[in-house]
Design a protein around this ligand. Sequence first.
Ligand SMILES: [Zn+2]
Length: 282
Amino acid sequence: MSHSLPFNSTPVHGLFTPLPPEQKTDDTPGFWAILQGFSLVVAAGSELTRLPEGPLPTGIVPETEPLKIGIWQGKPLRAVRIAPDAVLPEGVEALPFQGADTRLDAAGATIAGRAAQILHWERRSRFCSCCGAELRRITGSWGKCCTACGDEHFPHIHPCIIVLVRRGKELLLIRNAAWNPGRFSLVAGFLDFGESLEECVQREVREEAGIEITSIRYVGSQCWPFPSQQMIGFLADYAGGEVKPDGVEVVEAEWFGDDALPLSPGSKRSISRWIINTFGAR
Ligand SMILES: [Zn+2]
């Protein structure tokens, strides 16, 4: 099931309990989710993710105030961000939770993603987008309220569709202009104004690959904290037209036999890989 994918809640079930931000400072020692770019700082050399515990490791200089985001293995978990070029002290290492490197286990990647998504929202919600005044926290929520005009702001989570289109034993894969040659994945895109999810799927396939589809059905979803998307996965069947990439966003669009897929379509932790593995072959 898609809910066991990294970055959803299932991989940290029993390990992590989310909490709304606290109103008062809590000094109880606990664990740290220390982020450096899209990497998580963990005890060096451990097979399963071991988050630093107790005082912040000597030599770690946070750029953000420690923010309690929940309870990890029975103790408070605080998230901080450090500079991308900060040199790490001995005993810890930074492991990527985005990309092809999968040394970090699913629980570690998931908690890093949660911390990253929250810290991103905190950084982007300091001032009111209506009037520019400072925002304050709404008690018991990640939402904010404007101190001047009273406008309320809640975390921005952007819905994106991702779709596997099949034609018999063939799958439609595309290459985005920003990707290296040889890297392919599924058609995907952001929901637009005035669209149902199915209409969005239809439009994205038409725009990126130039074809028409039918039998659009939902298969699963994934939180994608880069920085804050919700990926909503679909299957669809080919209905007509010649495949033609738009040449701008998408530079290649092709049918691949399910036994002749290009190397590693989609990132290992992503719903795109999961959809291809689960629904790719007939
Ligand atoms: Zn305002």
